[in-house]
Design a protein around this ligand. Structure first.
Ligand SMILES: [Mg+2]
Length: 441
């Protein structure tokens, strides 16, 4: 039975609901609705003008309605009187196919036809910075190899604890927090689960980290590369595929512990990797992280070429242990729903076509990849990635050509704006435009 939000509001003392959705650029948009009106909103949704967001609509289009998913309800741990809800967009009585949560749900339905469920966990790296965005928040965090630095981690204890306590109270089962490889950079890990729930949590996690950082007088950013000389913000995903209680990626007798289906799935991702970068590395700034010059810590930890390996972090895909793989392509600006949807679309195609990813490579990609000239390179800028996306049959067929076209059109518009005053070069400093438009991604 559908949960009755009006009744839940009374039980949990919720005074307001944030009826939220994420647009194509990953921007979280909401209406704040008093509990007394939630009954009507649960049925018919909250109205929005689509053109005012990053969706390919016109000012003349009729209202779209965000219909909240009651299963996604999260009481803000730092303000319990507010309940957050993820929503699906509807227009003229139909779901909006070009909205990210609907795109993901459609991919989940495709997998369900074969009784399969994608489970994943995401690793959202972020920086704690000063409010102006020009420097990291902790002036003492200056080690050249700052990864796992206990002192720098503990100087942020109050903030990290508040976020981790929040995840515990929400039942996400967080299990570790650390200082990452860049000065001022952190990562917090919680349990993996079904892809839709992980995507909703991913959206909420970013909102929560930013909100709690603000409460502590600083700022959090998931921008892919906020500082040229430091490691960027990745957003790796660990992926497995399930049929009921069985992980169909697992084959303990295999060298890497993966079943044939998993190799085919990886093959699908490798085949569509260039096109996926347009979704997984969606901002102009994203391409400072991919194939970046070496950072002060000694490694970028981001991929530059399309390859897979066993437990080796220099590759785009790593198999850390039997039964799952880690895709290391995505960065902090990725749209949480398109992350999961893109993985499913490419992987499903790989399984259908029985794609062979070839033998895993076990080399240091940062120093030895030049010896493998046949390896394909990842696109070096957004424009190139968009071109791959527009030509990619799998993405066009999975999401519908008009939806892919919409995404590309909006991104090209953004590129045009950027190019009117700037030109993108990894060798030049990060532009004000990138900071203004990506720090709050
Ligand atoms: Mg990490």
């Amino acid at each position: 039975m559908t949960k009755n939000l009006s009744r839940i509001a009374k039980q949990k003392k919720i005074k307001y609901f944030l009826i939220s959705f994420v647009d194509l650029f990953g921007v979280l948009r909401s209406k704040l609705v008093p509990a007394q009106s939630i009954k009507e909103m649960q049925k018919n949704g909250a109205g929005f003008a689509g053109f005012a967001t990053w969706l390919d609509m016109t000012p003349a289009d009729s209202d779209m309605f965000a219909i909240p998913d009651p299963d996604s309800l999260i009481q803000l741990p730092w303000k319990k009187e507010i309940g957050w809800l993820a929503s699906d967009l509807w227009m003229n009585g139909k779901p909006v196919d070009a909205s990210p949560r609907v795109m993901l749900k459609n991919q989940i339905k495709e997998l369900a036809k074969n009784n399969l469920v994608l489970k994943s966990g995401v690793e959202c790296e972020y920086f704690l910075i000063n409010k102006d965005g020009n420097s990291i928040a902790d002036a003492n965090d200056i080690q050249s190899k700052p990864c796992y630095d206990q002192s720098a981690l503990m100087r942020q204890y109050d903030l990290i604890k508040e976020i981790c306590d929040s995840m515990i109270s929400l039942g996400w089962n967080p299990y570790q927090n650390d200082h990452e490889d860049a000065n001022g950079q952190f990562e917090m890990n919680w349990d993996y689960t079904d892809s839709l729930e992980t995507a909703d949590r991913h959206v909420f996690f970013k909102f929560m980290v930013k909100s709690i950082a603000e409460k502590h007088g600083i700022r959090a950013t998931f921008m892919p590369k906020p500082f040229e000389n430091l490691t960027g913000n990745g957003c790796h995903a660990h992926v497995s595929l399930w049929e009921n209680d069985k992980n169909v990626f697992l084959d303990k007798g295999n060298k890497l512990g993966l079943a044939k289906k998993a190799y085919n799935f990886i093959g699908g991702i490798i085949n569509s990797a260039e096109a996926l970068t347009a979704l997984f590395n969606p901002t102009i700034n994203s391409y400072r992280r991919i194939d970046a010059p070496t950072t002060t810590s000694g490694a970028t930890w981001s991929p530059s070429k399309i390859s897979y390996s066993g437990n080796n972090r220099t590759h785009m895909i790593r198999v850390p242990e039997p039964g799952r793989f880690e895709l290391r392509l995505m960065d902090g600006s990725v749209n949480p729903y398109l992350l999961q949807a893109g993985i499913i679309a490419a992987g499903k195609d790989g399984m259908e076509r029985k794609s062979d990813p070839g033998e895993p490579l076990n080399i240091n990609m940062y120093t030895e990849s030049d010896n493998y000239p046949n390896l394909k390179k990842l696109p070096s800028d957004l424009e190139t990635a968009l071109k791959y996306l527009s030509e990619n049959k799998v993405m066009n067929e999975s999401f519908g050509p008009s939806n892919i076209k919409s995404y590309i059109k909006l991104r090209q518009k953004e590129l045009k704006e950027f190019n009117s005053d700037n030109s993108f070069s990894k060798k030049n400093p990060i532009t004000d435009w990138e900071k203004d438009n990506t720090l709050d991604c």
